[in-house]
Design a protein around this ligand. Structure first.
Ligand code: KE4
Length: 425
């Protein structure tokens, strides 16, 4: 029995499914998960001593590669002073100022400890600010696992066949209106059916939890104007896309100004983090200033702030985004060429350092389109890559990430491996 198998058997005794987050369990691709001993740059080293080129990047945070020396040094320096004070600390101020510099729509920001907390709190704030209850979300978008949002959700919820999780009271679910992404008429119809009742529309501006879906031209503008017209707040969930695709996120690329933005992942440099922020007049409704309560023992803790500040500051040096765009195009071209040669129908959406593959000949512009992808074939592709030393997200309903550390040998090797894996299907 391998070291990972032994660890997994022990884990199964004391942790549900042997994992602390469902998507890690390999249940949709088959097999059992490996355990990671260490990570550096674009590489994971497993407990069995295997070196894997990593396209999960711990689900987004590792945009500079794993264990980057500057992030590690920032954590070490902060650690000298202690791990958590439970009082304001200077790192929180620098983080808030840096987020505003990079994402100007965020006039004020509140730190928390996960993307789930960020979107959950943003929803509560929108309801408190507007005095309204309804939320509009899009099928397949995943905003973490809070009750109001775990409805027709993507990521692990979809992967494990529970996009509408058990345990959510029908009274909660009734307050969440779910419509198809890329469907302007559905947006208008949802508002018309709930006149004066919609507190907010929340979306991943580039949905990446059903695989990667890109908005059709004008769709995000349509959502923005519909929110403005109907007095609802527009919430961009940029937990995944924030700082990943541009310094200012998708809202910079698409020139759309949301009222609130949820953040996470990259801003913690790999440590637990979340944040939500936006219009100061809205944010000032939060306690201790206003009536919307939100709190967190470890919110703004110095270690996560130090790691996140280092990560963000490195994104402000040189042009990492052009570098990652070139890498993304390289891997997309390799996948498309291999699928063409194999005679395999596939769609490979890619933007910057994010890409995914749907084994389908249908257009994929929403949740229904994503479901036409052959998830079983993806599972075979996943294992064909893993056997050859490349680790993809263990689900057809996730997005692959690359980092600046993938430059050079790693991306070239990975393209060869992925092409060989396609040929082997
Ligand atoms: P967390 O609570 O997992 O920090 O963030 C939730 C979240 C919110 N919004 C978006 C757009 C997200 O992608 C996520 C979390 N992403 C998943 C990966 N698709 C995390 C991986 C996991 O669940 O283990």
């Amino acid at each position: 029995m391998s070291a990972s198998d032994d660890l997994f058997q022990r884990a199964l005794l004391r942790i549900p499914g042997g994992v602390n987050s469902p998507v890690r369990a390999f249940r949709s691709v088959g097999g059992t998960p490996f355990f990671t001993r260490s990570a550096r740059g674009a590489t994971l080293v497993t407990e069995d001593g295997r070196e894997l080129i990593d396209f999960v990047c711990t689900w987004g945070p590792a945009i500079h590669g794993h264990n980057h020396p500057r992030v590690r040094q920032a954590i070490a320096t902060a650690l000298e002073a202690g791990t958590s004070f439970g009082t304001p600390n200077p790192y929180e101020v620098r983080m808030a100022e840096l987020i505003h510099e990079m994402v100007p729509s965020i006039g004020k920001v509140r730190m928390c400890n996960s993307g789930t907390e960020a979107t959950m709190s943003a929803i509560r704030l929108a309801r408190g600010f507007t005095g309204r209850d309804k939320i509009i979300k899009f099928a397949g978008c995943y905003h973490g696992h809070s009750d109001s949002l775990l409805i027709k959700a993507g990521s692990g919820a979809l992967t494990h066949g529970h996009p509408d999780s058990a345990g959510i009271p029908a009274s909660f679910a009734r307050e969440t209106v779910v419509i198809p992404f890329n469907d302007p008429a559905a947006v208008d119809a949802a508002f018309a059916a709930n006149p004066g009742a919609v507190a907010a529309v929340i979306l991943e501006p580039y949905p990446a939890n059903v695989g990667l879906i890109l908005p059709k031209p004008g769709f995000l503008d349509h959502v923005r104007s519909a929110c403005t017209r109907n007095g609802a707040l527009l919430i961009f969930d940029e937990v995944m896309t924030g700082f990943r695709l541009a310094r200012g996120g998708v809202q910079e690329i698409e020139r759309i100004t949301p009222d609130l933005t949820a953040l996470g992942k990259i801003i913690g440099g790999g440590l637990p983090v979340g944040a939500f922020g936006g219009r100061s007049d809205v944010m000032d409704h939060l306690a201790p200033l206003g009536p919307v309560y939100q709190a967190g023992t470890l919110s703004g803790n110095p270690l996560a702030m130090a790691a996140g500040i280092a990560s963000l500051e490195m994104l402000c040096e040189g042009d990492p985004y052009s570098r990652m765009q070139a890498l993304g195009r390289q891997v997309r071209a390799a996948l498309e060429s291999a699928c063409r040669e194999k005679g395999l129908a596939a769609r490979v959406p890619q933007t910057g350092s994010m890409f995914s593959i749907f084994f389908t000949e249908s257009e994929v512009s929403d949740y229904a389109g994503a479901l036409t992808g052959d998830a079983k074939l993806f599972g075979r592709f996943f294992h064909a890559c893993l056997e050859r030393g490349v680790y993809l997200p263990p689900s057809a309903y996730e997005t692959l990430f690359l980092s600046t550390a993938h430059e050079g040998g790693a991306i070239d090797r990975a393209c060869e491996v992925m092409a060989a894996a396609i040929r082997s299907l």
